[in-house]
Design a protein around this ligand. Structure first.
Ligand code: SP5
Ligand code: ZN
Length: 353
């Protein structure tokens, strides 16, 4: 099986100058080199990369509020026109105040005039900076995921969107966790509207995909299952990813979280993947949120999954023989990123062919 790979070259326009973590600027790990490393590894392995088909912003409204899309599209420019780049000397969009529901006694907060305050209405953290090219890159990543989903809706057995920035922390009306637009959710929605529901989104990223969960939490056409580092052990996204989040309303029972203790390795992780494969049974198509940050020495997660672990996960998901869109999420060890992705895809293709 020749696996189509969609690669958004504009990813390199997203160059956040570090991230603000606990109030301190640190280097950050969601770097442009990630995209290049993955593209190089794929090319060397013999995959052919194709560009995304352009999209209108309205395509993003399938899973995102127009207010969020408008904010992200205009935020950098509005920030430049504000005084912040000069005084206090911040050139990137970063929130400083957040309208917690408790502040307004649960009432909808009104829209502030200041772009600094407005940012707090959409950002879930301070780590996810918006620089000059962020929007163009995020939009191209979304377009790549939609293109891959379009290929699968059109009859391809599977397609891989080799994107950055990642997407699974971004929800219907918020961004964060290095994510802006939810690429995997857009792909799942595309499959659903193509008549391929129920769609199962299986999230292998080391972190819980709180955005994807939120988008489909009360929806019956898309179920969401994730294995990730236990938020109760102190990990991002901290407030979501617990086992008792099982969906609500029409989505009752259609959400499965499998949080793992720090240090969990292949045996425990693959048993969780097996449960996710079971959870996907009865669905007619699949979206894999392929984060490879569960890798042993990834700087963002204490899980201990090996290259073989990712290959085996690829085999397990490939065996489902469902139309499948694979979407890149995290993975931050630049020396291993390419190998991990290639191992998963090799396992997937071996089982699927
Ligand atoms: C898509 C994805 O994998 N997003 C990951 C976001 C998790 N970021 C948590 C960051 C916490 C601060 N990182 C400092 C690393 C010190 N080892
Ligand atoms: Zn992650």
């Amino acid at each position: 099986m020749a696996l189509p790979v969609v690669f958004p070259e504009k990813h390199h326009l997203h160059v956040p100058d570090g991230e603000i973590w606990v109030g301190v600027r640190i280097e950050g790990t969601e770097l442009p080199a990630r995209g290049d490393v993955i593209a190089d590894a794929l090319t060397r392995t013999g995959y052919r990369l194709q560009p995304p088909q352009p999209i209108d912003d309205s395509a993003l409204h399938a899973v995102h509020a127009p207010e969020l899309v408008d904010f992200l599209r205009t935020a950098w420019k509005r920030w430049q026109q504000s005084g912040y780049p000069k005084d206090p000397g911040q050139g990137q969009v970063v929130p400083y105040a957040f309208p917690l529901t408790a502040i307004t006694s649960g009432r909808q907060p009104r829209r502030p005039v200041s772009i600094g305050a407005l940012t707090g209405m959409f950002a879930m953290d301070t780590m996810t900076l918006i620089s000059e090219g962020t929007w163009e890159a995020a939009r191209d990543a979304a377009a790549a995921a939609l293109t891959a989903a379009g290929l699968v809706a059109g009859g391809e057995r599977a397609a891989y969107a080799a994107v950055r920035p990642p997407g699974h922390h971004a929800g219907s009306s918020f961004y964060g966790g290095a994510c802006y637009m939810n690429n995997a959710a857009l792909a799942a929605d595309r499959l659903r509207t193509a008549g391929m529901s129920p769609v199962a989104v299986i999230d292998l990223d080391a972190h819980h995909g709180n955005g994807t969960q939120e988008i489909f939490y009360a929806t019956d056409g898309v179920r969401y299952g994730s294995v990730h580092i236990d938020p109760a052990a102190g990990y991002f996204p901290h407030w979501l990813g617990f086992a008792d989040e099982t969906g609500e309303g029409a989505g009752s029972g259609a959400n499965l979280n499998l949080p793992l203790a720090p240090g969990s390795g292949d045996e425990i992780w693959l048993e969780a993947v097996r449960q996710l494969v079971d959870f996907s049974s009865g669905s007619r198509s699949l979206v894999v949120s392929l984060g490879v940050d569960a890798w042993m020495t990834d700087p963002e997660s204490p899980l201990q999954v090996s290259v073989d672990g990712y290959r085996t996960a690829g085999i397990m998901l490939g065996k489902r023989e469902l139309p499948t869109v694979i979407v890149q999420e995290g993975g931050y060890d630049l020396t291993m990123l390419g190998e991990l992705v290639v191992a998963f895809l090799a396992g997937f293709q071996m089982a699927a062919s």
